[in-house]
Ligand binder design. Structure first.
Ligand SMILES: C[S@@+](CC[C@H](N)C(=O)[O-])C[C@H]1O[C@@H](n2cnc3c(N)ncnc32)[C@H](O)[C@@H]1O
Length: 232
């Protein structure tokens, strides 16, 4: 009751009182939800299970838009020419690889951490923080709208960029969705911070080529961009 009175009092003056979630860490330029065991070490199993549960809860949904994949396919052809191999990360029902295959006519696979991943065509059950030897320096493009699901965005982006050929591009869909960094969306930063983070994490081996507002944006989103990161 006391909490309600305090909240109401602050609200009258235009302020909001909110509980600070446990496990949320402020890092320079971004917020990260930490999966921790009682001893303070990283709880990978908790992360994996949380993501799998989230995947199954939303298994009927598709976030990517076919119209966006058409737009990006044309962009890829213009910037790097006809690709041979692409990887999409965090693909749930696998629609993005299906559409890239349709519009680019090349080999495109998707990674998905969920244990039902392989029910969907061209999808492998795989944690996108890890790489396979055959992907390294062998991929023309990477696409993901799931970067906010990373438990370690620096490790994750470095893994994705290591797979690209020189000149290859990684396209991240970056929106205001999940703007508080939560168990299911552990990474959050505003779009204006992303170029700083990418430059810091890339250490001169890759950089932002272009920022494009997405052709369509859900009305509840504050912002929605495609960030094009190119390997030097
Ligand atoms: C926001 S959904 C996006 C799904 C799909 N790209 C779409 O447009 O509908 C994020 C997906 O990433 C998956 N995911 C989360 N963490 C992952 C990881 N470390 N490796 C691979 N997939 C992951 C989740 O299981 C979920 O299906």
């Amino acid at each position: 009751m006391l909490t309600g009175i305090i909240k109401g009092l602050f609200a009258r003056f235009g302020y909001e009182v909110r509980k600070i979630p446990q496990n949320r860490e402020e890092r320079p330029g971004f917020m990260l939800y930490k999966y921790l065991k009682a001893d303070g070490s990283f709880d990978y199993e908790k992360y994996r299970q949380t993501q799998i549960e989230g995947n199954k809860r939303k298994i009927q949904k598709v976030w990517a838009l076919e119209e966006h994949i058409v737009f990006l396919s044309n962009y890829i052809k213009t910037v790097i020419g006809m690709p041979q191999f692409g990887i999409c990360h965090g693909t749930r029902r696998g629609k993005e690889q299906e559409w890239f295959r349709k519009y680019l006519g090349c080999e495109v696979i998707g990674t998905e951490i969920s244990n039902i991943a392989e029910q969907f065509p061209y999808t492998i059950q795989w944690d996108f923080h890890e790489t396979r030897p055959e992907w390294i320096d062998a991929t023309d493009f990477v696409y993901s709208n799931s970067f906010d699901h990373s438990y370690d965005p620096e490790k994750c982006l470095n893994a994705w960029m290591s797979c690209l050929k020189k000149g290859g591009i990684c396209i991240l869909e970056h929106t205001s969705h999940g703007h508080r960094a939560s168990e299911i969306n552990p990474f959050y930063t505003h779009i204006v911070q992303m170029p700083y983070l990418i430059a810091t994490w890339g250490k001169g081996s890759y950089g932002v080529r272009e920022l494009m507002e997405t052709p369509k944006k859900h009305e509840r989103l504050e912002f929605a961009y495609f960030i094009v990161i190119q390997k030097f």
